[in-house]
Design a protein around this ligand. Structure first.
Ligand code: SF4
Length: 326
């Protein structure tokens, strides 16, 4: 390994421990809908669905199921990374209502990742922060990959979020064709827009997209990006996404500066050897885990403690997770 990178990781690890402590969160995005009015970002699963979904209303998830998922996150002590919905897939009033109810379930304000909206002044204390799905900050690459998602619109939304007192976060996908030199764009974007939280994902090569046969980024490339961001921005919160086929990334990403990890199929992995592996990766990085990926006693009863309307979904989540073993 590049000796310099090893030194940087070591420095970054010490800095993260000093600034953020030794606990790693398990994060879960809760989806509100499977539809997006843009639907043409080259890597995105939604782009493969655009012509298949004729009625966006039908692509919305059942509200009771969304609340049941939030209740399960609360039982397992997982953070809700954000509420996610494609651009213009759900009306502002409904998002606000969902966020308000989820805040009652978890006791915490909710982050949003709902495309570009200028309706931010309709939200209040139920919202902790706003996420801009930037994906890549290299301007040429961004135009090519996200032809309808203008980066200036995202930046304007984040500016408005700041004016209204919300925290700001961005998502970045690694492996889209950017290079390590593009880090300069990213550093500049974080600095200029005073970003509080950054969420990295590693490319998930979806079938039916131009990335279907593309490799996911190398673990040490991912690590180099995260290390650089941690060393430049000691206070920023960093969440790193990795996929079930890349769990070995987790340890090195934590040492590089991650505060939380994400992008797991929670109920499929809970209590399996994969969930166990996530926990081992965290523990071997010398960290504690906020929440659990294996402790079945935390799953709780097969009914909702909040509303009988969620029972059916809670039962399904608990049963599915109880069946798993390692
Ligand atoms: S705007 Fe977001 S949800 Fe819509 S296609 Fe692009 S990445 Fe996917």
């Amino acid at each position: 390994m590049n000796e310099n990178l090893l030194k940087q990781i070591n420095k970054s690890n010490k800095l993260t421990l000093k600034k953020h402590g030794d606990t790693i969160s398990l994060e879960r995005a809760i989806f509100l809908s499977w539809w997006c009015d843009k639907g043409d970002c080259a890597f995105c699963y939604m782009s493969t669905q655009k012509n298949k979904i004729k009625d966006p209303i039908k692509a919305k998830r059942k509200i009771q199921n969304i609340y049941a998922e939030a209740e399960m996150c609360s039982r397992l002590n997982w953070n809700i990374e954000f509420l996610s919905g494609g651009n213009k897939s759900i009306k502002t009033a409904q998002i606000k209502e969902i966020a308000t109810n989820i805040q009652k379930i978890t006791g915490k304000g909710v982050w949003l990742n709902i495309g570009t909206t200028q309706d931010l002044d309709k939200y209040g204390s139920e919202i902790e922060g706003i996420t801009g799905a930037v994906e890549t900050v290299n301007p040429q690459l961004h135009k090519q990959i996200c032809p309808s998602k203008n980066i200036e619109d995202i930046t304007n939304m984040l500016e408005k979020a700041e004016d209204l007192g919300f925290k700001k976060s961005i998502t970045i996908i690694l492996g889209l064709g950017e290079t390590i030199e593009d880090l300069d764009y990213l550093i500049d974007y974080i600095k200029t827009n005073k970003i509080d939280r950054i969420i990295f994902y590693s490319l998930n090569p979806h079938k039916e997209t131009i990335y279907a046969e593309t490799s996911q980024p190398a673990s040490l490339y991912y690590s180099e990006v995260v290390t650089n961001i941690r060393l430049k921005f000691p206070d920023i919160e960093i969440i790193c996404g990795t996929w079930i086929d890349n769990l070995a990334n987790i340890g090195i990403l934590i040492l590089s500066g991650a505060n939380g990890i994400t992008k797991f199929p929670l109920f499929k992995m809970f209590g399996t050897k994969y969930g166990k592996r996530v926990e081992q990766e965290i523990l071997y990085a010398n960290r504690k885990i906020k929440g659990t990926f294996t402790d079945k006693t935390k799953l709780g009863p097969e009914y909702s403690k909040i509303s009988p309307e969620y029972d059916k979904f809670i039962k399904r989540y608990v049963k599915e997770s109880l069946k798993n073993k390692y």
